[in-house]
Design a protein around this ligand. Structure first.
Ligand code: GLY
Length: 391
């Protein structure tokens, strides 16, 4: 078992532990009760975790008040689900002496954290992430939220967890597409912060894809150290933390435009390619990183362009994202105008135009005048988005 302490000075506790292990789910409730004593427990999870048996492993037969999100996934990430969770907590007569436990992927963690932040003006949350996205990224750093009808993570707040417990064994039951998609966040961390980690990923693709728990433990360790260092420096994303949004600006627009038919990690993969194209267009030095990033993403089975997704076995099943038929995705609108419009809704937008996180070289984000997200002229962005739509 590996333990990393994240210091977030803004929190009264001054920080929180991230514990990484294999098979640690059983007995974890008792550990949480020891480490955060005198609290009632409330579990937020989703139906896929319940079906996979992870909820039963965590509770070990105990009756613990819980809310199971149905259906699992992004379509439930809205205010309606948040309200239902809060009402359920109140119906259980829970008070401020409650700790919310989020068992699941990014959707569960983001909603559980949001519920904890607003229930009776705030109670602690513990995250137990069970997907590659959540273990690498969303469980660490205190971002919570829900989607609006138009864009991803539109509403939310920072609410840092009291602890994070990563059990790499829970990844064994994750569906193959979800598993691969979440690996994009690991590629992101390596690309922005650590060339040695990038080489580790390149050299361990087979072990990662067969879900070797030793290798997954190393991957989790790298991810947590990289993310924790950035969060410690800038817990509420005033500037440096923006580097964690590498690939996310275009990625979130693609994700919203796909009506969440594409998974978050798949869109981040496409977004990292967009960043590489922007770097080229801006004349940033070429150290061959774009080819390496693209090569790694492809070997991990991730899409690297919008055009062609769904055609070559990666990305969405049975649906052609470029020319969706009305029966397939009634409201999907993957065209350049819609994507550019979604970019103006980006949370980092200044004057209704987003800033972009770009690489200076592998492991180093481009920073000018102390700013970690760069201005890029709209016509350059338009050209890149139009290139991404080509096959
Ligand atoms: N997912 C990016 C961040 O936590 O800042």
């Amino acid at each position: 078992m590996n333990e990393i302490q994240v210091k977030v000075p803004a929190t009264p506790e001054g920080g929180y532990p991230i514990v990484i292990g294999t098979g640690i789910l059983s007995g974890l409730l008792e550990r949480i009760e020891r480490e955060i004593p005198n609290k009632a427990l409330f579990i937020v999870t989703d139906e896929s975790l319940a079906k996979a048996g992870h909820l039963a492993t965590l509770t070990g037969g105990r009756e613990v008040p819980s809310y199971v999100i149905r259906p699992a996934g992004e379509e439930s990430k809205h205010f309606g689900t948040l309200a239902a969770i809060l009402e359920a907590m109140e119906a259980h007569r829970l008070g401020r002496d409650t700790v919310v436990i989020g068992l699941g992927g990014g959707t569960v963690g983001d909603i559980a954290g949001f519920a904890a932040a607003v229930f009776k003006r705030g109670v602690p949350v513990v995250h137990i992430p069970t997907t590659t996205v959540a273990q690498a990224d969303s469980s660490i750093g205190g971002k919570t939220g829900v989607d609006s009808t138009q864009s991803k993570n539109a509403f939310g707040c920072f609410w840092h967890p009291a602890a994070v417990f990563i059990d790499t064994a829970t990844l064994a039951t994750l569906d193959e597409r979800q598993y691969r998609a979440g690996l994009a966040e690991s590629v992101k961390h390596a690309a922005i912060a650590n060339p040695e980690y990038f080489a580790f990923l390149e050299n361990h693709i087979d072990a990662i894809l067969r879900r070797d728990t030793d290798v997954l433990g190393t991957v989790a360790g790298y991810n947590c150290l990289i993310k924790a260092a950035v969060v410690e420096e800038d817990p509420t994303e005033k500037n440096k933390r923006r580097i964690l949004n590498y690939g996310h600006t275009v990625g979130h627009a693609v994700e919203s435009a796909s009506q969440y038919q594409l998974l978050h990690g798949e869109c981040v993969a496409i977004g990292m390619m967009a960043a590489g194209m922007l770097e080229r267009a801006m004349g940033l030095a070429d150290d061959g990183r774009m080819e390496r990033i693209e090569g790694l993403l492809k070997k991990l089975g991730l899409p690297t362009r919008i055009g062609g997704v769904g055609k070559d076995g990666v990305g969405i099943k049975k649906v052609d994202m470029v020319h969706p038929t009305s029966e397939q995705i009634p409201t999907c609108d993957m065209n350049i105008e819609h994507l550019l419009n979604l970019l103006t809704m980006d949370k980092k937008a200044v004057g209704k135009w987003p800033r972009f996180v770009l690489l200076e070289r592998l492991g180093q984000v481009y920073c000018r005048d102390g700013q970690w997200a760069a201005e890029v002229r709209p016509e350059v962005v338009k050209e890149v988005v139009s290139d991404l739509l080509k096959k």
